[in-house]
Design a protein around this ligand. Structure first.
Ligand code: HEC
Ligand code: HEC
Ligand code: HEC
Ligand code: HEC
Ligand code: HEC
Ligand code: HEC
Ligand code: HEC
Ligand code: HEC
Ligand code: HEC
Ligand code: HEC
Length: 344
């Protein structure tokens, strides 16, 4: 018979056999100073008192000697060794009081949570500590909590409004913490992290006309806030055009003669990721323009195949070569007094 935890706790409590997972207000047993500057007891107690959510499997007590306890088993020879590289990262800055390894920090347990139970001899090693991975016994929200505890600052203030949070992504789906250089933070290696899930975008960025992401000159995060935003498509700026203007400022205008679709939405003509046509265009002119424009203003030519070379109506000057933009070159808007038809 499977006894539920509360009942088991009550029984053990009555028998005076309270196990490590029963009492949230146990006294802090961590030594005040360990070989590798163990965290100050006060900070540890404060964290315990604030009582991190008591989760199935994990204990509530911190280990005796912080990182030294953990490294006792997770050392270079151990099969589970994963820790070393973290000492080369910002998380291990000893002078930074905000960092896990800073003065008073909880070290490994700042992220992995109280680890006395996991560390104790004879305890189950799997399922007793937050491993931040999808096979964890914790929910995604519980796994993310330690990270958000320190990182719910401005860049992630929209985390809870974003598509990634809704899709149940964990911080560790994009971030690697136990490496010297987290790939998602570098322009050149970031796209691969995203492509693991966004395969359509992988294809788009390998087309002939793209933003120079493939060459490591730009990254997804130049346009998107992967942490979530209240803007459409997790964009950095509040509208699509604002995002484009942040680099293509000359397209913002103001223009004496605006071209309505440009001010409205760049993606009426351009794809933001990649296209097989020049200049990231969605369609090639004249078709691009003819989606909206018919024969207005021009000799009443039917802009169809009939007007192409070899067609019934004979070749039309309006459709050849560079097509519409041969004459209407200022397609993004014109400041010329006589530029109303976007020709100069
Ligand atoms: C007595 C030795 C020992 C100590 C001390 C110890 N660990 Fe472990 N730990 C292990 C072993 C063995 C495993 C592998 C479990 C497995 O793969 O089944 C493990 C696994 C883990 C995992 C992965 C768990 C999982 O479910 O995949 C994490 C994370 C971890 N340890 C962190 C820590 C931290 C943080 C500390 C210090 C608070 C610590 N360990 C102290 C022996 C130890
Ligand atoms: C900043 C938060 C953070 C700190 C501090 C931290 N870890 Fe981790 N640890 C993680 C995350 C996230 C993972 C999941 C895998 C990854 O990102 O590399 C992980 C994974 C692990 C694993 C499992 C590796 C595997 O492949 O199964 C072990 C063991 C581990 N950490 C031990 C430690 C030890 C020991 C320390 C202290 C020296 C420590 N961690 C400090 C965040 C942290
Ligand atoms: C105890 C607080 C604390 C916890 C817990 C914590 N971090 Fe950090 N983290 C920091 C500090 C402090 C920095 C350095 C910030 C700076 O230098 O501006 C940092 C930096 C980072 C950076 C930037 C690294 C760089 O090289 O620029 C990333 C990414 C990061 N943390 C992710 C995580 C993730 C993911 C987790 C959870 C697994 C986590 N952090 C848990 C405090 C923490
Ligand atoms: C979908 C991928 C993705 C997820 C999920 C993700 N991040 Fe990030 N993170 C990034 C990218 C990309 C960057 C670098 C560019 C930037 O700052 O936007 C970054 C940068 C960071 C940084 C360093 C720069 C800064 O903004 O301070 C921290 C800290 C960080 N992330 C924490 C977190 C935490 C905490 C979580 C979980 C709540 C998380 N991230 C989830 C992709 C992700
Ligand atoms: C673990 C898988 C995974 C990774 C890695 C990942 N994403 Fe996503 N992303 C998703 C899922 C799932 C959605 C939601 C899809 C949906 O709603 O159709 C999403 C949605 C998005 C959206 C669309 C949001 C919207 O409102 O339509 C953008 C933009 C995005 N991700 C960018 C990124 C970027 C940039 C990275 C890399 C820094 C990244 N993603 C990494 C899984 C991932
Ligand atoms: C030049 C800016 C820019 C860059 C760089 C960029 N995106 Fe986007 N992305 C956008 C815009 C704008 C949209 C929304 C409108 C659209 O569909 O074009 C979008 C939409 C998305 C969507 C939602 C689905 C969709 O197509 O509408 C996903 C997912 C996405 N981007 C992922 C990525 C990934 C992954 C990268 C990096 C490999 C990336 N983006 C780089 C501007 C950009
Ligand atoms: C972070 C800066 C940045 C942002 C934001 C940005 N671009 Fe670009 N854009 C570039 C760079 C860099 C190039 C490449 C210029 C080159 O190759 O000489 C480029 C090139 C282009 C080109 C010409 C491509 C070609 O093959 O000639 C178009 C069209 C374009 N961007 C449209 C957009 C649109 C639409 C948006 C908004 C969704 C946008 N850009 C947002 C930086 C940006
Ligand atoms: C009505 C269709 C249309 C709209 C809307 C549009 N463009 Fe273009 N864009 C074009 C055409 C056509 C070209 C190619 C011009 C050529 O052949 O020289 C082009 C070329 C470009 C180029 C590369 C050449 C150059 O002029 O620098 C950039 C960058 C660009 N557009 C950015 C934008 C941005 C940013 C927006 C939104 C503010 C936008 N476009 C809206 C039609 C459009
Ligand atoms: C998404 C629809 C759309 C697309 C695509 C489009 N336009 Fe326009 N265009 C408009 C609208 C709307 C106006 C404003 C009409 C008005 O003010 O009466 C306009 C105005 C114009 C004008 C000025 C007309 C006048 O009466 O002053 C010219 C010239 C023009 N467009 C050329 C082009 C060319 C060339 C292309 C292809 C590169 C193109 N347009 C693509 C919607 C579009
Ligand atoms: C050989 C040069 C040339 C080419 C090529 C050309 N146009 Fe024009 N277009 C003109 C001239 C000149 C006017 C101005 C007529 C006027 O002022 O009455 C004009 C006017 C227009 C207008 C404004 C209509 C109005 O009522 O004033 C639109 C819209 C337009 N063109 C769209 C296009 C489209 C779409 C294409 C491509 C299929 C195209 N043009 C190709 C020369 C050209």
């Amino acid at each position: 018979m499977k006894i539920s935890r509360p009942i088991l706790c009550a029984l053990l409590g009555l028998a005076g056999l309270a196990g490590p997972f029963t009492a949230p207000a146990q006294t802090e047993t961590r030594a005040a100073s360990g070989a590798a500057s163990a965290p100050a007891a006060s900070a540890a107690t404060a964290a315990t008192a604030a009582s991190a959510p008591v989760v199935a499997g994990a204990g509530t007590q911190y280990s005796e000697e912080g990182a030294d306890t953990c490294l006792g088993c997770h050392d270079e020879d151990s099969a589970t060794y994963a820790a070393k590289a973290i000492f080369k990262t910002r998380h291990a800055r000893q002078g930074d009081a905000r960092a896990p390894f800073g003065p008073g920090g909880l070290q490994c347990e700042a992220c992995h949570g109280p680890g006395a139970r996991h560390s104790s001899k004879g305890s189950k090693k799997a399922l007793t500590i937050n491993n931040f991975k999808s096979d964890s016994f914790l929910t995604v929200a519980q796994r993310n909590q330690p990270c958000l505890g320190c990182h719910q600052d401005r860049p992630r203030s929209g985390w809870h409004a974003g598509a990634h949070e809704r899709a149940n992504l964990a911080c560790s789906d994009c971030h690697e913490v136990h490496v010297e250089h987290d790939p998602v933070l570098a322009k050149s290696s970031q796209p691969e992290v995203c492509y693991a899930c966004h395969i359509q975008q992988r294809a788009d960025f390998h087309k002939s006309s793209t933003h120079p992401v493939r060459f490591g000159l730009m990254a997804c995060s130049d346009c998107h806030n992967a942490h979530g935003s209240t803007n459409p498509a997790l964009l950095l700026k509040s509208t699509l055009n604002q995002t484009c203007y942040s680099c293509h400022a000359e397209k913002r205008g103001p223009f004496l003669w605006e071209h309505a679709p440009v001010a409205e939405d760049c993606t009426l003509c351009h794809s933001s990721h990649g296209s097989v046509r020049a200049a990231l265009l969605n369609k090639s002119p004249p078709l691009l323009c003819q989606q909206c424009h018919t024969v207005t203003g021009h000799p009443a030519l039917a802009y169809t195949g009939a007007s192409l070379p070899g067609g019934a109506a004979g070749p039309s000057i309006f459709l050849l070569a560079g097509s519409c933009s041969n004459c209407h070159s200022q397609v993004h808007g014109s400041n010329h007094p006589a530029g109303a038809k976007l020709m100069r």
